[in-house]
Structures are given as structure tokens and as C-alpha cells.
Design a binder for this molecule. Structure first.
Ligand code: PLP
Length: 408
């Protein structure tokens, strides 16, 4: 994509959404035209589509390392999968009124939990340390026969920090508690082997791994207690009613197959591009640092805090140069609040505002990385000249007091 001024765009916002792979587009197109049948129909138009969905289910199964393709339930998105998992656990075990999650989950889990609190459920929010890591001892103490489900994300969408979900699932299993993980950011970026894990449920989303928007999966381990969110037809073996989004499901299957083929590339080439980007920027820009846990992160994500400036302003100037990234603060009702993830990690106010996330994919190149490395330092210098926290060559004295912080 090019900008209005004809500059070739650089897309470093792959944790927000990804480009649909050309091979994936090609795979899904026939399902808009000659393969239009309803997969539930008993005639030839339906049968062929039914078989294609079966293949897609197996492609997802392979990427997740699941034991059976029947454990794959197609949904409309990651959010639906998260809601289905949590609400199912509560419905299936009405005597259990507690949930364990973390303070840094995506709103797909947090907003639901806040709503459930209003309905009388007790939600335990695990805290994180400065690098975004959990305290497993504190977690272990919360597990009890009152807990209906643990829902903990595999990888954080902002910092890229990985949670030890395999270990946490084992702990939950030992305590007889269901374990769900929101793996929307992890699937396709990390090898996953569910059959050798204690994870009961997992959510993924097509548009984060080069499939289109509007399709997701809930992995549901066989024999897991389950109550559907949508009731109606017998699609997905009665676990998710509604005529299948056939083309998107076929696309997701193809995207999973491709993710499997590119896993090594993600772990080596994409990681090397991310590392080069991060190191060069940190070296060139004073008062900047990487957020999250550098030793345990997604290979594609760099979340960098530029102290004493606003992330939104950085994004606007990057955008002028055709560079798409994302910021740790969300512009809500005119007030720029740092994200709940940055706040939870205790990132100081003057740095949390300037966090910028660069998230790469296999479609990025080292040339693009070098262009971004060249673009960032002058932008930061330009913005610092305007910053109330910044004097000639460094921060003003006691920068935290230069402006009244919007949060404590
Ligand atoms: N969970 C995480 C960690 C995410 O990053 C996202 C999307 O950004 C979601 C859930 C929601 O996924 P979807 O957009 O498919 O509903």
C-alpha cells in the first residue's frame, strides 16, 4: 500500500491484524462461487463443502497439535471463543462461582469478567511484575474447588510477554479446575502441542495469522464439560450453532497449514528482524527502553517506551512516513490514558504514554526494518522539543511533577 504522497507503506502492526496471505485468498475464492453449497446439505453441492471443512479442521488440529479434529470448534472470532469458554465453564459447574484471570488480559476476557462480577461471580485478577510476569505461588494459592475456570492468555498482545500456561494448566488440572488460554497472539508464532498439555480450552483468531477477519476457533479437549453459547442447528456437533462461514473456515485451514510451514522462519528470520529493530532504536534514542520480558516473548513483537513523549504523536509522524505501528495508550474521550498493560507493569507515567508497539510478520523485510530504524530517532527528537517533560538535552527535573499525572 502507498501513502497519498506515494510513499510505499510499511506494516508493523501485525498484532492488530494481518494481511490475508495470497495463497489463502486463492484457497477461499471457490467457496464464494461454484462451491456455494450448505455443508449440512445431503446433496453433492453440500457434500463437497462439508469435506473441505473437514480438511480445514484437520489443518487447525495439526497446527495446535490436538489429538482429534473433533476438538476444533469453528467460531466467528477470538472474542467469541473466549466468551464461549468462560461462560460454558460457569454454566456447566453452577456450584463454582470463582474465576482466575490476570490484570493484563485482552478486553475480550477482562470486559466479560467485569460483567460477571456484577452478576455475583468472584474474579481473581493475578498481578504482574515490572516485566509482565506472573507470580505462580500466588496463583497456586487461589486454586480451589470454588473455581470454575482459569483463563490466562498465552502471549500478551501489547508486550508480547509469554505466560507459563503449560505449567499453569498442570497446576489447574491437579486442583481439578478447568484451564482456558487465550492464545490469539501465540498461535502461528510459537509451536503448540496441545495433546501433551493439560490445557482444556484454547482460543484463536483467524485474522492474526493471515486468514480473514470473522473466523476463529475454540479448541475443546474431548470430554470437557461444555455448554454452547449459541444454540440452534447441529453445526459443529451442536457446540456452535449457525451455518458455517465456509470460505473463511477454508481460509483459516490454509493459513494454519502455512503457519506450520513458516514456524521456523518466524522463530529465526522474524525474530532477527525484531531484534535488529529493537536494538538499533534503543541505541539511537536516549531514554528509551523495551517493555515486557526480553527473555520470554513472542518473536515478532517489540514494545518500546520512549520517555517524555506521547505514543499517539509518534504514531501520527510515523504514519506520515507510511509506517504503521501501534501505541500503548488508547485515545478515549479526549484523555490519553496509558494502557492497562503498561500500568499493570508499573511503567512510570512519563514512559507509559510513549510506548509504541512494532509487530512484524513474515511479509516484512530487513529493508523495511532499516527504514523504520532511520525514521524513529528524528521523530522522537522532534517531539521531545515540544514536551513539557523535556529540557535542552534531557528530562526536566522531577518530570513526574511537570504535569499532573492522570493516574497514580
Ligand atoms: N485476545 C487477544 C490477546 C487479542 O489480541 C485479540 C485481538 O486483538 C482478541 C483476543 C480478540 O480477537 P478477535 O478480534 O478475533 O475477536
Amino acid at each position: 500500500m502507498t501513502t497519498d504522497t506515494g510513499i510505499q507503506g510499511i506494516y508493523f502492526d501485525n498484532n492488530a491484524t494481518t494481511m490475508v496471505a495470497p495463497e489463502v485468498v486463492e484457497a477461499m475464492l471457490p467457496y464464494f462461487t461454484e462451491q456455494f453449497g450448505n455443508p449440512s446439505s445431503m446433496h453433492l453441492f453440500g457434500n463437497k463443502v462439508g469435506l473441505a471443512i473437514k480438511k480445514a479442521r484437520q489443518q487447525v488440529q495439526t497446527l495446535l497439535g490436538a489429538e482429534h479434529d473433533s476438538e476444533i470448534v469453528f467460531t466467528s472470532c477470538g472474542t467469541e471463543s473466549d466468551s464461549t469458554a468462560i461462560l460454558s465453564a460457569l454454566k456447566a459447574q453452577p456450584d463454582r462461582k470463582e474465576i482466575i484471570t490476570t490484570v493484563v488480559e485482552h478486553p475480550a476476557v477482562l470486559a466479560l469478567c467485569e460483567h460477571l462480577e456484577k452478576e455475583g461471580y468472584k474474579v481473581h485478577y493475578l498481578k504482574v511484575d515490572g516485566k509482565g510476569r506472573l507470580d505462580l505461588e500466588a496463583y497456586g494459592k487461589l486454586l480451589s474447588d470454588q473455581v470454575a475456570i482459569v483463563s490466562v492468555m498465552w502471549a500478551n498482545n501489547e508486550s508480547g510477554t509469554l505466560f507459563p500456561v503449560l505449567e499453569m494448566a498442570e497446576m489447574a488440572k491437579a486442583a481439578g479446575v478447568l484451564f482456558h488460554t487465550d492464545a490469539v497472539q501465540a498461535v502461528g508464532k510459537l509451536p503448540i502441542d496441545l495433546k501433551n498439555s493439560a490445557i482444556d480450552m484454547l482460543s484463536l483468531s483467524g485474522h492474526k495469522l493471515h486468514a480473514p477477519k470473522g473466523v476463529g476457533v475454540l479448541y475443546l479437549r474431548r470430554n470437557t464439560r461444555f455448554r454452547p453459547l449459541l444454540r440452534g442447528g447441529h453445526q459443529e456437533r451442536g457446540r456452535r450453532a449457525g451455518t458455517e462461514n465456509t470460505a473463511a473456515i477454508i481460509a483459516l485451514g490454509k493459513a494454519c497449514e502455512m503457519a506450520m510451514e513458516h514456524m521456523e522462519h518466524e522463530q529465526t528470520v522474524v525474530r532477527a528482524m525484531r531484534d535488529r529493530l529493537e536494538q538499533a532504536i534503543i541505541e539511537a534514542v536516549p531514554y528509551s527502553f523495551v517493555t515486557g520480558d526480553p527473555s520470554n516473548r513472542l518473536p515478532n513483537t517489540a514494545n518500546i517506551a520512549f520517555e517524555y513523549i506521547e505514543g499517539e504523536a509518534i504514531l501520527l509522524l510515523l504514519n506520515k512516513l507510511g509506517i504503521a505501528a501501534s501505541s500503548g495508550s488508547a485515545c478515549t474521550s479526549g484523555s490519553l490514558e496509558p494502557s492497562h498493560v503498561m500500568r499493570a507493569m508499573g511503567i512510570p507515567y512519563t514512559a507509559a504514554h510513549g510506548t509504541t508497539r512494532f509487530s512484524l510478520s513474515r511479509y516484512n523485510t530487513m529493508e523495511e526494518v532499516e527504514r523504520v530504524i532511520a525514521a524513529v530517532p528524528p521523530i522522537v527528537a522532534q517531539l521531545r522539543k515540544l514536551s513539557p517533560y523535556w529540557a535542552e538535552n534531557g528530562p526536566v527535573e522531577e518530570p513526574e511533577k511537570a504535569f499532573a499525572p492522570a493516574y497514580a
